[in-house]
Write a protein that binds this ligand. Structure first.
Ligand code: 5GP
Length: 193
């Protein structure tokens, strides 16, 4: 998505540890007109899939998933990262290694909201080593649901998550794939439109 690549080049900041900060439009302030375009693009890319639920993980995935869900006309369900007294009944849980916070956390989803009749599109903001997406895939498998695809706003192609997940035959589409990044330059992989 060329408009996304241009926006990342204009507004993105490269931080130590291979972190790309896009707080001006995605991860802190959210540019809703632009995220609408992202939602439309996910709908175009997954138009052939029979999706009845979008799955994401708190916190940054939620806003993007909500806007995207309007184009698919389906509910979203988000996995939680903390146990809470509001989470009752049986739960799916798995452990995920956080890239940005450098720690392991539990990912929790109520069994009420995901089951064998669900055909799921995973949506997330970033794909790096693939831990977050793999955690969500484990939960989908445990639920007996069907994974239709994975939609990512920004993939860091120099990390291996995307390659490994695609190698398992999973339909991963990223709107921008960063090939390399330094303080003064961000390069993207060419993609078929
Ligand atoms: P992974 O689990 O694939 O290693 O990392 C993906 C998760 O870590 C995403 O949910 C995202 O929140 C966070 N993340 C990974 N890399 C970056 C990055 O460069 N910038 C930002 N803002 N978040 C990232």
């Amino acid at each position: 998505m060329k408009a996304l690549e241009e926006k990342i080049r204009r507004e993105g900041q490269v931080r130590p540890g291979n972190i790309l900060k896009v707080d001006s439009f995605l991860n802190h302030q959210m540019d809703i007109a632009f995220i609408n375009e992202i939602g439309k693009e996910f709908k175009r890319l997954f138009a052939d899939c029979n999706i009845n639920k979008i799955l994401t993980i708190e916190a940054s995935g939620i806003g993007i998933a909500c806007i995207t869900a309007q184009y698919f006309n389906v509910p979203i369900v988000f996995a939680k990262k903390k146990q809470s007294i509001n989470l009752d009944g049986e739960q799916y849980t798995t452990k995920v290694q956080s890239f940005t916070h450098q720690k392991t956390y539990d990912v929790i989803l109520s069994k009420k909201y995901l089951g064998p009749s669900d055909r799921v599109l995973i949506i997330d903001d970033f794909l790096a080593n693939g831990c977050a997406v793999n955690g969500l895939i484990e939960i989908i498998n445990e639920a007996g649901a069907t994974l239709e695809g994975v939609g990512i706003v920004i993939e860091k192609g120099f990390q291996d998550g995307g390659k490994e997940i695609r190698a398992r035959g999973i339909n991963v589409k990223s709107l921008a794939i960063v090939k390399s990044m330094t303080d003064h330059d961000i390069e993207f992989e060419e993609q078929d439109s």
